[in-house]
Design a binder for this molecule. Structure first.
Ligand SMILES: Nc1ncnc2c1ncn2[C@@H]1O[C@H](COP(=O)(O)OP(=O)(O)O)[C@@H](O)[C@H]1O
Ligand SMILES: [Mg+2]
Length: 136
């Protein structure tokens, strides 16, 4: 098709496989993403679209296969890495951000993060003690 030459491939995924416990989400998937085009990945629920996008954007770092960006092999260690080459993701599902705590998201300074964490632990210990007393 006119315009679809390998010169225009900005992102290439080769033989991407991804397993979750008990589920094979992706099996040797190849994908070319063409510059200057609207690229669509279409498939039924559970086909693995989100998993593939999460791999392309550095959310999942454990997978088989390889990614190329402008013909160069890339290994993203996190989403910041992917963003540095211009790949970011807008999630369909609301997701937790496992690598960021609420305090980091709220831009609380490291000092106050420690203070608040300490207070939360203290509170948990007090609640635990009160509950144990009630059980007696
Ligand atoms: N975090 C996860 N843990 C376990 N299984 C998952 C996880 N994410 C997706 N899956 C499974 O992997 C398969 C592909 O899911 P997904 O990539 O969300 O598909 P799609 O986005 O195409 O609907 C499904 O069987 C799904 O249940
Ligand atoms: Mg999905």
């Amino acid at each position: 098709m006119k315009g679809f030459t390998t010169d225009n491939v900005v992102i290439e995924a080769r033989k991407i496989s991804k397993h979750f416990p008990g589920v094979r989400a992706l099996h040797e998937v190849d994908l070319n993403v063409y510059a200057g085009k609207v690229n669509a990945v279409v498939g039924e629920n559970g086909a693995g679209k989100s998993t593939l996008m999460n791999i392309l954007s550095g959310v999942y770092t454990e997978y088989d296969g390889e990614l190329l960006f402008n013909g160069q092999k890339v290994v993203f260690k996190d989403t910041t890495d992917a963003r540095q080459v211009g790949i970011s993701i807008i999630h369909q599902e609301l997701q937790l951000v496992p690598n960021m705590s609420i305090l980091v998201l709220l831009n609380v300074s490291p000092f106050w993060q420690q203070v608040i964490k300490g207070l939360v632990i203290l509170l948990a210990v007090i609640i635990d003690k009160i509950q144990k007393k009630k059980e007696i």
